[in-house]
Design a binder for this molecule. Structure first.
Ligand SMILES: NC(=O)c1ccc[n+]([C@@H]2O[C@H](COP(=O)([O-])OP(=O)(O)OC[C@H]3O[C@@H](n4cnc5c(N)ncnc54)[C@H](OP(=O)(O)O)[C@@H]3O)[C@@H](O)[C@H]2O)c1
Length: 255
């Protein structure tokens, strides 16, 4: 196997790297010889111990604070990356919320609240398009780059047969529309960048943990498997695929 020199290695950013799929991406990227510097974002140091411990072992990992509902923290993190590098090759938005204490997915219209809907939209959808806004200068260069947002199959309007989970479903549908729209603008302004929406499959993380009963073991992926599958999907994408919604096996999902 040829070893790439530091200068020819790609740079990557993982947003929402404190745990779950995001942390898995950081671990994968650190062991992938094609990548040099990896940036990973977290909200609170006390909730990101594993990520911060990794940075002590791997000097090529740089951790940056980012709360995606506070745009100034996003601008600050991106400015810190720009101070070190003019270009990113891969960026993955892994932030998402489905439940958190009293905040639970709605089973019925009775449980709808505007506050919870806004929280789902801000975290799952708005943060990703703000990231697309701030990342354009870093993704725009003469080499291929990929910006993927982790969506969810339950955000497919055409595939919605069960109902429930109003806020999560609608925020993922909004995420899909926002990134599709950003992909059309990127095609004009940064034609070497591919934007993609990725469904990871049910993955064993804190987000899915309360809902894993009834999921057959072969359909509950360990994080490492999910990340390897999504990296393979991203590796196979080019600008002609930009703005589409893909499942973990590379197949296209209906909107
Ligand atoms: N797991 C599944 O089965 C599954 C299935 C379909 C789609 N997905 C999607 O995959 C993505 C990753 O989910 P996961 O399973 O890895 O979930 P997870 O383990 O709960 O991780 C969620 C991540 O989002 C971060 N986050 C939440 N709110 C944030 C905010 N306001 N600002 C910055 N970061 C924030 C969390 O940071 P803190 O540690 O600071 O809270 C954490 O790093 C999500 O978009 C999710 O919807 C997951």
């Amino acid at each position: 196997m040829t070893t790439l020199s530091t200068e020819t290695r790609q740079t990557a950013l993982v947003v929402g790297a404190s745990r779950g799929i995001g942390l898995g991406f950081v671990q994968h990227l650190l062991s992938d010889d094609r990548f040099g510097t990896v940036y990973g974002t977290y909200r609170r140091p006390e909730a990101a111990r594993e990520l911060l411990a990794l940075a002590e072992r791997f000097p090529q990992l740089r951790c940056l604070p980012m709360e995606v509902t506070a745009e100034e923290t996003m601008a600050g993190a991106i400015a810190a990356i720009q101070a070190r590098t003019p270009q990113l090759h891969r960026a993955v938005y892994c932030v998402g919320v489905l439940h958190d204490g009293d905040f639970q997915p709605e089973k019925s219209l009775r449980q709808i609240s505007s506050e919870n809907l806004v929280r789902s939209f801000q975290t799952n959808a708005v943060g990703a398009v703000l990231l697309a806004k701030h990342l354009l200068p870093l993704l725009k260069h003469d080499q291929p780059s990929v910006f993927a947002a982790i969506s969810a199959r339950v955000g497919s309007i055409g595939d919605n047969r069960l109902g429930g989970w109003y806020g999560y479903r609608a925020s993922k549908a909004a995420l899909n529309m926002l990134i599709k729209t950003a992909a059309l603008e990127y095609a004009r302004r940064s034609p070497n960048t591919t934007l993609a929406l990725l469904h990871p499959g049910t993955t064993d993380t804190r987000l899915s943990e309360p809902f894993q009963r009834g999921v057959p073991p072969e359909k509950l992926f360990p994080v490492e498997r999910t990340v390897a599958q999504l990296m393979a999907v991203m590796d196979g994408l080019g600008p002609a695929d930009s703005g589409n919604f893909f499942s973990w096996d590379g197949t296209r999902l209906p909107w």
